[in-house]
Ligand binder design. Structure first.
Ligand code: MG
Length: 218
């Protein structure tokens, strides 16, 4: 059982499902040669893929191209189904900065075959999150800076207002398809600038006023 780490809270909340949004920044969709989606593009990671910032990303041996993707993560605090915008906002209890680590070479092969991306996204340590900042401590404005650097070199730098679907729109959409439960985490997509990391690299990621994380690749 994995527990979430929450700033200024002793509550023990078990990690639920990890729901991820793909292609949620136009320039990232472009850099990957993809069209801008009409609806959020959704995939899942198992909770077993999640690590916290003080752990290490273990690069799988079956891939030569492990990519970083920095993302805003939403922490769902109560169960919802078919939520409207008001309920969706109420169900978001907090935020974190996260990494959706991706085996890009394997994803490209799977996409070519028309197969699901699952095997490119689910390996152990493929999801990283910072401690969660609760909404009572900081309310998201939607224009915060989001940034990632590798070995002190900035690779991704954008602001959250470039998201094609914002936090509430994503939660409304997801809850129209399946129940969101307390402990679920939603990775909301990455801005442009994704790229490869290798064993020994150190990744630093931050979202203004939300959180930061540092993690090594082993
Ligand atoms: Mg992603």
């Amino acid at each position: 059982m994995k527990l979430l780490k929450i700033n200024n809270s002793d509550e023990k909340i078990e990690v639920g499902k990890l729901v991820c949004v793909g292609r949620n920044y136009a320039k990232h969709a472009e850099e990957m040669g993809n069209e801008i989606p009409e609806f959020p593009l959704i995939f899942l990671k198992p909770s077993s893929s999640l690590i916290h910032a003080n752990e290490s990303i273990i690069k799988p041996r079956n891939s030569g191209e492990l990519h970083h993707e920095v993302e805003l993560v939403l922490f769902i605090g109560k169960n919802i189904k078919n939520a409207d915008e008001v309920l969706a906002e109420q169900a978001i209890y907090g935020y974190a900065v996260g990494l959706d680590m991706t085996l890009r070479d394997i994803q490209s092969e799977l996409k070519k075959k028309g197969h699901p991306w699952t095997l490119a996204k689910v390996f152990d340590t493929s999801a990283v999150i910072s401690d969660i900042t609760l909404k009572k401590d900081y309310l998201l404005q939607g224009n915060e800076k989001i940034e990632l650097s590798v070995n002190n070199e900035v690779k991704q730098s954008s602001t959250l207002d470039f998201m094609l679907f914002n936090a509430v729109q994503i939660v409304v959409y997801l809850s129209s398809k399946f129940t969101l439960e307390r402990g679920d985490l939603i990775f909301t997509g990455t801005p442009e600038g994704v790229g490869a990391v290798n064993v020994g690299d150190e990744i630093f990621a931050a979202i203004q006023n939300i959180g930061k994380l540092k993690v090594k690749v082993e």
